[in-house]
Design a protein around this ligand. Structure first.
Ligand code: HEM
Length: 205
């Protein structure tokens, strides 16, 4: 009879086995550049987190004036451009290869949720710049909420916005991206659609 140890052993071997995480072979169809886009998105996310931690650790007073901190801020900015750029290309790849097939529904959904959470995460980053541009964006966002009938939502002050951007949202996003990649490793990369042209010719014979 199955007990909790057996159940836990089975569940964890599907997630943690060496074969799951470090496969020695890769299907031929997954070797092209299109299949690297998810990893490029994930790499940009790592660069985002590292540069973000450096920025948060040194504080707002440093990143506007101090040379190395300007560099960290520029790295953070360009990492986010790369993150969204690669994520959109990755989205096209997974869409056009129908990558939700074969039990990959959760992978797809976790990816979609990551995209939805990434947008306000980036937006709160714009808002904590504190310059006229970010104040303008904050006013536009407030007008947007009002227009949607959400004017009753309490508007966060700068400190709350900072906390959301540097702690809450990145943590949530990290967990979701981790879950996404776990699912990808468990299921492997989706095989291409069957080649209907070849089959049609065969059937016609
Ligand atoms: C936070 C951003 C994302 C990261 C870091 C990420 C990362 C990855 C990685 C590393 C893979 C492995 C295969 C590959 O690289 O092509 C993958 C596969 C996949 N991703 Fe994403 N992804 C993200 C966003 C999305 C979005 C927005 C969707 C769709 C709504 C999505 C759906 C999928 C699916 C369905 C697969 C399985 C692919 C297959 O089996 O062929 N991902 N993702």
């Amino acid at each position: 009879m199955a007990n909790w140890t057996t159940t836990a052993r089975k569940a964890s071997s599907a997630v943690l086995s060496v074969d799951t995480w470090l496969p020695e072979t890769m299907p031929e169809y997954a070797q092209g550049f299109m299949y690297m886009l998810g990893s490029l998105t994930a790499s940009s996310f790592v660069a985002l987190i590292i540069s973000g931690v450096i920025l948060a650790a040194n504080g707002p007073a440093t990143w506007s004036y101090n040379g190395p901190m300007r560099f960290a801020a520029a790295t953070h900015f360009w990492s986010v451009q790369a993150f969204f750029f690669f994520m959109m290309l990755h989205l096209w790849r997974v869409f056009f290869t129908g990558a939700w097939r074969g039990g990959r529904r959760e992978t797809w959904l976790l990816g979609a949720v990551a995209l939805i959470i990434a947008i306000p995460t980036a937006f709160t980053g714009f808002l904590i710049n504190g310059d006229f541009y970010s104040q303008w964006n904050a006013v536009q966002a407030k007008d947007g909420l009002n227009a949607l009938g959400l004017g009753w939502v309490n508007l966060p002050n700068a400190g709350q916005m900072f906390g959301m951007h540097v702690v809450v949202m990145p943590l949530v996003l990290s967990v979701i991206i981790f879950g996404h990649i776990v699912r990808v490793r468990m299921k492997g990369v989706v095989p291409p659609y069957p080649d209907h042209k070849v089959n049609d010719v065969k059937e016609g014979q």
